[in-house]
Design a protein around this ligand. Structure first.
Ligand code: AMP
Length: 184
C-alpha cells in the first residue's frame, strides 16, 4: 500500500509479526501477531493503515460497516470501525451467534468449516469492509463475502495485514479489491 500511513503500517507488520515454524503442525509457518498487539505504536499504525481501505482520497469514510472474521479479525476490525466512525459486525464460527443467521460452508485443507452472520447485521445496500489478519487460501474471505451478499450488503474491499502470496488467496476473492499491508 502507498503513502505515509501505508508505509508506517507495512513497517510495523514487517517488524512485529513473528514467524513461528511448524505451528500448529509441521510445515506451517504461523504468523504470530501477538508482538504487534503488544506494541501500542505499531498496533496503532496498522489500524490506521487498514482503515485507509475504507476511505476515499479525501480521507472520508466510504463504508457503512466493518466486518471482522473470528477470531483474530475481531482484534483489528473493531478498532478500524471506530477509526472510520461506523459499526463493527462479527462473522463467527457456527453455533456462536444467538440471533437468526445466514451461514456458508467451505472447504478447508482437511474437512469443512461453517461461518455465520446475523441476518440483521448488515442492512440492505450497506457497503462493507472485510478485515482479517492473514489471507491464506482465501476460503474464509470468500465465505464472508458471500454472507454479506446474502444479507443484501455490498462488500467493497478486504483489508489484511499479511497476504501469503504463494497460496493465491487473491484468486479466491474474484474482483473484490484487496489491501495487503505486507505480502510474503
Ligand atoms: P484462509 O481461509 O485459508 O485464507 O485462511 C485464513 C484464516 O486462517 C485467517 O483467518 C488466518 O487467521 C488463518 N491463517 C491461515 N494461515 C495462517 C498462517 N500461516 N498464520 C496465521 N494465521 C493463518
Amino acid at each position: 500500500m502507498s503513502g505515509e500511513v501505508g508505509a508506517a503500517a507495512t513497517a510495523a507488520v514487517e517488524r512485529l509479526v513473528r514467524d513461528v515454524p511448524d505451528f500448529p503442525e509441521p510445515g506451517i509457518v504461523f504468523k504470530d501477531i501477538t508482538p504487534l498487539l503488544a506494541d501500542s505504536a505499531g498496533f496503532g499504525a496498522v489500524i490506521d493503515g487498514l482503515a485507509q481501505a475504507g476511505r476515499d482520497d479525501s480521507g472520508a469514510p466510504v463504508v457503512d460497516k466493518v466486518l471482522g472474521m473470528e477470531a483474530r479479525g475481531f482484534i483489528f476490525a473493531a478498532p478500524v470501525a471506530l477509526a472510520l466512525g461506523v459499526g463493527f459486525v462479527p462473522v463467527r464460527k457456527v453455533g456462536k451467534l444467538p440471533g437468526e443467521t445466514h451461514e456458508v460452508s467451505y472447504e478447508l485443507e482437511y474437512g469443512e468449516a461453517t461461518l455465520e452472520l446475523h441476518r440483521d447485521g448488515i442492512g440492505d445496500g450497506e457497503r462493507v469492509l472485510l478485515v482479517d489478519d492473514v489471507l491464506a487460501t482465501g476460503g474464509t474471505a470468500r465465505a464472508t463475502h458471500d454472507l454479506v451478499r446474502q444479507c443484501g450488503g455490498t462488500p467493497v474491499g478486504l483489508a489484511v495485514l499479511l497476504e501469503l502470496g504463494f497460496l493465491s488467496g487473491r484468486d479466491a476473492i474474484g474482483d473484490l479489491p484487496l489491501t495487503s499491508l505486507s505480502v510474503v
